[in-house]
Design a protein around this ligand. Structure first.
Ligand SMILES: Nc1ncnc2c1ncn2[C@@H]1O[C@H](COP(=O)(O)OP(=O)(O)OP(=O)(O)O)[C@@H](O)[C@H]1O
Ligand SMILES: [Mg+2]
Length: 376
């Protein structure tokens, strides 16, 4: 006899009364898993607590030991009673398990406070969603959020390791040179500078990540689109000496205005124009971009930023807005992710790419002319 994976909590609690002790042990272990993985309400914790406490005197020590482990995430008054009894058990292994659970529990409670603050907020958002769109929507959103989180952690881990490994190698070189008394100031200096550059890069990545999480009330003001675009081009030219030669042709009616957060929109536009500039690296062509805008209807304007640089393959176009996607040796892959967040989430617009490898790229941006009250 065994417990099937699809057995619900009621089935698990019923199995506590089985006369076949391995089944009871398995049900207890699985209940511990449920407590750990699922966000349960207080009533369910109470149900589980009352079920588990009946087993503290179970004749088999194996069941009592499983109980001592399973209780770790239980949030019910029975926890203390259960652990008090198991801590006095006449079997060593049960007493040890109870001791371990108690000490892990105190570690957990230290980190819980912080988690609970975030948890409360998350719960409120989920409840809002459920009220507006039903339980299915709530669950779907939750699943997507969990998947995105897992994917993000994987990517971040990969990116961090990519920077940290060569940093570690530079430090190894420095250490070996010092240990071996083969101190060549020039080589040491080179490794130290490389290590510093990598630390700088790491800090830039972390700062950009932090900037992506920014959430605050934005202030919008009405701006001339032409002057915004001109300023963005100036900013890019001034950013680096190699950008000084950037030539831009503007086809924008000076009468077109748009309501934006000036600082943020400039950040998005300069990221996009910087990419256009960089698209000329390795080509023999002079860096030239065309910036145009039309009012597509009363409410929205569309603008395009076109370059005639290296262009992108279809696959690269698909990846370009992904965080960390970069084809450049010193790129972070944040530029377009940030631009998309600013244009789409902060301004209610849209941004997309059209590109042909070897021929150039057109970035198409639409923006609402006015920022009405937007729901999230
Ligand atoms: N105008 C363009 N022409 C050709 N490729 C582009 C263009 N814009 C973006 N890309 C491609 O998309 C990738 C992602 O761009 P993004 O701006 O997000 O990052 P990055 O430029 O590589 O790094 P960062 O902006 O952080 O310095 C680039 O590495 C490049 O391969
Ligand atoms: Mg970029």
């Amino acid at each position: 006899m065994e417990i099937k994976p699809e057995t619900g909590l009621t089935g698990l609690l019923e199995a506590f009364d089985s006369s076949h002790w391995p089944l009871v042990r398995e049900a207890v272990e699985q209940t511990g898993g449920v407590l750990r993985q699922v966000e349960l309400d207080a009533a369910t914790h109470a149900r589980i607590g009352s079920g588990l406490i009946r087993l503290v005197e179970h004749p088999k020590w194996e069941v009592r030991k499983a109980l001592a482990h399973a209780a770790l995430y239980l949030r019910h008054e029975t926890f203390d009673r259960m652990l008090a009894v198991l801590g006095q058990d006449n079997h060593d292994l049960v007493r040890n398990a109870a001791r371990r659970t108690l000490s892990r529990r105190s570690e957990l409670s230290r980190t819980d406070l912080l988690k609970e603050q975030h948890g409360d907020l998350m719960l409120k958002w989920l409840q809002d969603l459920e009220e507006r769109h039903g339980m299915q929507a709530r669950n779907a959103v939750r699943k997507v959020a969990e998947k995105l989180q897992a994917q993000f952690i994987k990517e971040l881990h990969h990116e961090m390791i990519k920077v940290i490994s060569p940093l570690d190698a530079s430090l190894e070189h420095i250490d070996a040179a010092i240990q071996g008394h083969r101190i060549n100031r020039e080589t040491l200096g080179r490794h130290a500078r490389r290590a510093k550059e990598r630390v700088k890069f790491l800090v830039a990545v972390l700062d950009s990540l932090y900037a992506l999480t920014r959430e605050r009330d934005l202030e919008f003001q009405t701006e001339s689109l032409l002057s915004l675009m001109e300023e963005a081009v100036h900013l890019v030219r001034d950013r680096k000496p190699e950008n000084a030669g950037l030539y831009a042709e503007f086809r924008i009616d000076p009468e077109i205005t748009v309501e934006v957060n000036r600082h943020l929109l400039l950040q998005a536009l300069t990221n996009i124009i910087q990419n256009s500039m960089e698209a000329y690296a390795g080509t023999q062509r002079a860096a030239e971009i065309a910036v145009a805008a039309i009012a597509c209807n009363g409410a929205r304007i569309q603008m395009t930023i076109t370059d005639y640089g290296c262009g992108m393959s279809e696959e690269a176009v698909g990846d370009a807005f992904q965080l960390f996607a970069t084809s450049k040796p010193h790129g972070t892959g944040f530029g377009l992710t940030m631009a998309k967040k600013i244009i789409e989430s902060d301004h209610g617009g849209s941004v997309l790419l059209e590109s042909a490898k070897g021929r150039g790229t057109k970035v198409i941006i639409t923006l609402p002319r006015e920022q009405e009250e937007r729901e999230w």
